[in-house]
Write a protein that binds this ligand. Structure first.
Ligand code: RIB
Ligand code: CA
Length: 312
């Protein structure tokens, strides 16, 4: 039984790996659509990048919907300093031969989810959560239709990557994160705590490069470009592939180890803006609303990604 999923994304180098890995796993994941959001770069570029990635692997049957151009309340903050001006600097990617679908991504989310059975669709959130937040505001009943949110975002013991307390996806639109976190939908969260343990070291990049044309050349060129910021700031051995952890969790959850928590987010401006808080012991009496992954088998993670990308 294939798992119906929607990927909401701001490609972005690591988003690209997640999208390609999901498309390569068509025997297990039924990728209903890709919805784009402003984040790593502005919406026109994240949408263009999604179209180019789809073209790269000739997956033109997968619809792409253009979403929100800015956060619900705050001004847009982007990350060209990590991903470059295009949002996918490094590789050569093909020009799209097919465009986006008619209609806004928020309306696609509402219409598709409301037409689904209860708890039928898994929504993968790997960028700022503006589209899903707006969909929940427009039609709160969509919450009953979602099997699970699988989220790359937040940080609990690892510090932030935008401020000392905030991870990028949450920092950009904390109000949307609040709507998502309080929706009542079961959540699995892959925060920086686990993604920082998944660095694209040289041997791992070499394994991707050995896949050759078309995907191996592209994804290894992506990593050659995007590692600069994280290596210089954190002294990492390579770029941490944040977003594909969401797809790897869906394919082989045993790669990850986590624990239940009640998670919440700080939306107020100031030093805590975008901080995610885990009440591990339910001290607030609200019960747990998420499983938060805190470690992984990084070697198996990269083996899985390499195996799947080799399918193209
Ligand atoms: O903090 C990492 C997250 O922010 C990833 O999703 C990356 O693509 C950026 O969107
Ligand atoms: Ca992303």
């Amino acid at each position: 039984m294939k798992k119906p999923i929607i990927i909401d994304t701001d490609p972005g180098h690591d988003d690209a790996f997640a999208i390609l890995a999901a498309i390569a796993s068509a025997d297990e994941l039924d990728l209903l659509a890709i919805t784009t959001v402003a984040g790593n770069v502005p919406l026109d570029k994240t949408t263009y990048n999604a179209l180019r990635l789809r073209e790269l692997v000739a997956a033109l049957e997968i619809p792409i919907y253009r979403g929100c151009a800015r956060p619900m309340v705050n001004e847009l903050v982007t990350a060209e300093y990590v991903h470059g001006e295009t949002g996918l600097d490094g590789p050569h990617l093909p020009e799209p031969t097919k465009g986006i679908e008619d209609g806004h991504a928020v309306d696609y989310l509402v219409d598709t989810l409301m037409a689904a059975a209860d708890r039928a669709v898994t929504v993968c959130l790997i960028g700022p959560m503006t589209n899903m937040g707006m969909a929940l505001v427009k039609e709160p009943a969509v919450a009953d239709k979602i099997a699970e949110f699988v989220i790359m975002g937040g940080s609990f013991h690892a510090g932030g990557n935008v401020t000392p307390t905030a991870e990028f996806n949450v920092y950009v639109d904390p109000h949307a994160v609040h709507v998502v976190f309080t929706s009542g939908v079961p959540m699995t969260i892959l925060p920086l705590d686990v993604t920082h343990q998944a660095q694209a070291t040289k041997p791992r990049v070499a394994a991707f490069r050995s896949l050759g044309d078309p995907v191996g050349d592209v994804v290894s060129a992506m990593l050659d470009f995007v590692e600069k910021f994280d290596v210089s700031r954190y002294g990492f051995e390579g770029f941490p592939l944040h977003d594909p952890t969401v797809i790897a969790y869906l394919l082989e959850p045993e790669i990850f180890q986590g624990r239940p928590a009640h998670v919440s987010v700080v939306v107020e401006a100031g030093a805590g803006h975008g901080m995610t808080i885990a009440d591990w012991w339910d001290q607030g009496g609200s019960g747990h609303n998420a499983t938060v992954m805190m470690s992984l088998d990084a070697d198996r993670y990269y083996e899985l990604l390499t195996e799947r990308l080799a399918r193209f």
